[in-house]
Design a protein around this ligand. Structure first.
Ligand code: SF4
Ligand code: SF4
Length: 83
């Protein structure tokens, strides 16, 4: 299980989550639409969820159905081949 960043982050990318993550699990840069969480690094501490002003972060099992695809989008972000 890991936390997942969903649709409300799009166009926000405030990076509050990035600043509090103790595991270096959050990525995303200026040309990405949103920030993402690496499920292999996330230690489920919940600090990012508390810090997010947009309500964009959920435990995977709590993801609203409409945003279910974001679990895959977060995972795949960290498995992209290097460009
Ligand atoms: S804190 Fe929330 S809105 Fe800000 S970058 Fe992280 S997920 Fe996106
Ligand atoms: S739950 Fe904790 S370890 Fe996982 S991404 Fe959020 S701050 Fe990082």
């Amino acid at each position: 299980m890991a936390y997942v960043i969903a649709e409300p982050c799009r166009s926000q990318r405030c990076a509050a989550c990035y600043a509090v993550c103790p595991a270096g699990a959050i990525g995303g840069d200026y040309h990405d639409e949103q920030m993402y969480i690496d499920p292999d690094r996330c230690i489920d501490c919940g600090l990012c969820q508390e810090a997010c002003p947009s309500g964009a972060i959920f435990l995977e099992e709590d993801l609203p159905e409409a945003w279910a695809e974001y679990a895959r989008l977060n995972r795949e972000y960290f498995r992209r081949p290097p460009t």
